[in-house]
Design a protein around this ligand. Structure first.
Ligand SMILES: [Zn+2]
Length: 413
């Protein structure tokens, strides 16, 4: 089972926007650009919302059926490990093997020694696109082995666990939810170790330089990001040939939604290297639902305000599972009483990711981004409102995905 050159992870917290999301992908196709939709949802999201992996499959199949989509599509078990994977296996065909927690755990010394010996030959080699020759000294290899080999062995165990139960699927290894980014040289030897264990991954999600906070733009050195991204692409191209990894192998960017300022550099790098891309930009759909409700006015706007009040009152609890990926300045949050005085337009303008707008408030946006638990607790009351205002909600979901994501990344402005 092969993934296409371009694919996008379009998670959907409440599973209501599959059609609206697929509509955006159809718009791209009408312009001649094939992007494969991948509906992803993590265990964390399922646990907060009380949904099941099978619900994501049902949503994807329903959207595909309703819009008569005849292209490939996938359902991604996002960030899974051996403890939580089983309920995902039958309904998923894309698995993101998350081994970030094992980074830094030391593997068996013989495993590290074997790795050092197997990769010594790369000392002094030149990877086209990397500025310098590889300084694969014994020390460096040992350091990389100590840091990553246990994680890669764990990925191998998760992969085998799936492969024993399923024949056709796409595998990704994710290392993004960790403290330090992986350098292009580290990525090269990580890929070497992955190939040496026979794990045929088609996407890999390193941690990139800079901050990837939930729902807001990238914070970091853009030039450095662009250089590192190009070097990662160079490493992947070389590794595909050198280690006989799947020719479809590509980078997966777990964007945390809406990293608009890196879209330009990513697109340029993809063009320079004729490379593919998988990008996950999932949480953004839930915020478009809220924007749609606010714009609808009446009880839609009331619900959007109540969700903010709930999120504000329970900010600490909501932020906790996402603490490392949000930067909220509490002093810059509007009070719920302020928000209650807002009209539809003001609420939408504060939330919508238009950084030029005077009312746009990234603190408000991030808090609501992690605040979906409040909507989940409203249960049918929330879902009925989303259904009642389906048209305006869908317009926002589709336009956001097409205009702000698919177009700058895959089509060009
Ligand atoms: Zn991730």
């Amino acid at each position: 089972m092969k993934i296409g050159k371009y694919s996008i992870g379009i998670g959907d917290r409440f599973g209501q926007q599959g059609k609206a999301q697929l509509d955006a992908i159809l718009q791209a196709r009408q312009l001649g650009v094939q992007v494969t939709p991948v509906w992803n949802k993590s265990f964390r999201e399922h646990a907060i919302i009380h949904s099941e992996p099978a619900d994501t499959r049902a949503e994807a199949d329903a959207a595909v059926g309703a819009l008569a989509w005849d292209g490939p599509y996938f359902v991604d078990a996002d960030h899974v490990n051996l403890k939580i994977i089983d309920p995902f296996i039958t309904v998923s065909d894309f698995f993101t093997l998350d081994v970030a927690d094992v980074i830094g755990v030391k593997a068996d010394p013989t495993v590290i020694q074997t790795f050092v010996e197997q990769n010594r030959e790369y000392h002094g080699r030149l990877i086209p696109g990397l500025e310098e020759t590889l300084q694969a000294t014994e020390n460096l290899l040992r350091h990389i082995g100590e840091k990553y080999l246990a994680a890669i062995e764990e990925a191998g165990r998760i992969y085998q666990h799936i492969a024993a139960r399923k024949i056709q699927f796409v595998a990704e290894i994710s290392m993004d939810e960790t403290d330090a980014p992986q350098s292009p040289v580290e990525l090269f030897f990580i890929l070497a170790a992955i190939a040496q264990r026979g794990i045929p991954i088609q996407t890999i999600a390193p941690k990139f330089t800079g901050r990837f906070n939930k729902g807001v733009d990238y914070v970091g050195d853009l030039e450095r990001f662009a250089r590192e991204f190009e070097q990662h692409l160079a490493v992947i191209q070389f590794a595909i040939r050198e280690f006989s990894l799947p020719a479809t192998l590509k980078l997966s960017v777990h964007s945390g939604s809406d990293k608009f300022s890196i879209y330009g550099p990513i697109r340029q790098a993809m063009l320079n290297f004729d490379a593919g891309l998988h990008i996950k930009t999932a949480g953004t759909t839930w915020l478009e639902e809220l924007i749609g409700l606010a714009v609808a006015g009446g009880d839609g706007l009331d619900i959007a305000k109540r969700i903010y009040r709930g999120a504000f009152e329970r900010a600490d609890e909501l932020i906790k599972p996402y603490a490392s990926v949000v930067d909220i300045d509490e002093h810059l949050l509007p009070t719920p009483d302020d928000v209650d005085r807002w009209d539809s337009q003001h609420y939408a303008d504060a939330l919508r990711h238009d950084q030029q707008h005077e009312f746009y408030n990234p603190n408000f946006r991030q808090l609501l981004h992690v605040g979906y638990k409040i909507a989940a607790e409203m249960g049918d009351h929330y879902l009925e409102a989303v259904k009642k205002y389906e048209k305006v909600v869908a317009e926002n979901v589709t336009a956001n995905l097409f205009v702000r994501h698919l177009k700058p990344l895959f089509i060009g402005n």
